[in-house]
Design a protein. Structure first.
Length: 242
């Protein structure tokens, strides 16, 4: 509960409620862009699906039996080039299937095949700084419809404010599932953390090195969704020890 007179100092180090999220937004500790009040829940903010995505490619240049997540060339071969969501009328016309109920023919959709994992992103640039960190979870309704959003990779870092990459998996064994761009797919929860020494994510992270949100938005590119474990400090350390 927020003490209206105590301000932010009265908020406990825990999951932020709707009112606490708004208070931290006003204080500059939480960023959500664009912000839609309809997406703000009692203790989280619903994020929507963006238009760009990466789909796993069949083996061509690398050994079909191995994929090293620390090999930059392997990453490029496995994920290929970014794709852009197409209009539903075109997607379903290609499969000679009518556009399903609940989807407008002009909606852009991303088809997730059975048992497939696709890299997608949020439309929102969202996160916490200073004393706020974040966690992503799928919408429960999507989970009941076979869709897994971020597996166990949903923790954010203090200072990370960006479009979030989502590891979207269709757990159905039989059915391809269309996801509609602009619709809510996941929720971000915010946590107030105790003070810490050292630097935040912007100084140490792989996926964001800029604090200015307008510059982050301007410089965002689809390839930022790709994993960058080749930048891990262990990789450089092992190479120097060789």
């Amino acid at each position: 509960m927020i003490d209206r007179e105590g301000g932010l100092d009265s908020i406990k180090y825990s999951l932020l409620s709707r009112d606490a999220i708004l208070a931290h937004m006003q204080a500059g500790n939480v960023a959500i862009d664009p912000f839609d009040s309809r997406n703000l829940g009692t203790a989280s903010y619903d994020v929507t699906l963006g238009s760009h995505f990466f789909r796993e490619q069949a083996p061509v240049t690398i050994n079909p039996g191995f994929y090293s997540p620390w090999d930059r060339d392997h990453i490029r071969d496995v994920w290929g080039r970014p794709e852009y969501a197409e209009r539903a009328r075109m997607v379903f016309a290609d499969s000679r299937t009518p556009v399903p109920e609940g989807i407008d023919p002009d909606d852009r959709v991303i088809i997730i095949r059975p048992q497939e994992t696709v890299l997608c992103h949020t439309q929102e640039f969202i996160g916490g700084r200073n004393c706020v960190t974040t966690m992503m979870k799928a919408r429960s309704s999507l989970g009941r419809n076979f869709i897994e959003i971020c597996k166990c990779a949903g923790w954010g870092d203090v200072g990370y404010i960006n479009r979030w990459t989502m590891e979207v998996t269709n757990n159905s064994r039989y059915y391809a599932i269309p996801l509609v761009v602009g619709r809510r797919v996941a929720q971000i929860a915010f946590f107030q953390v105790d003070t810490f020494s050292g630097t935040d994510y912007v100084q140490e992270g792989k996926y964001q090195t800029e604090q200015d949100l307008e510059r982050v938005k301007k410089e965002w590119l689809p390839h930022h969704m790709l994993p960058q474990m080749w930048k891990d400090w262990e990789v450089g350390e092992s190479e120097s020890d060789a």
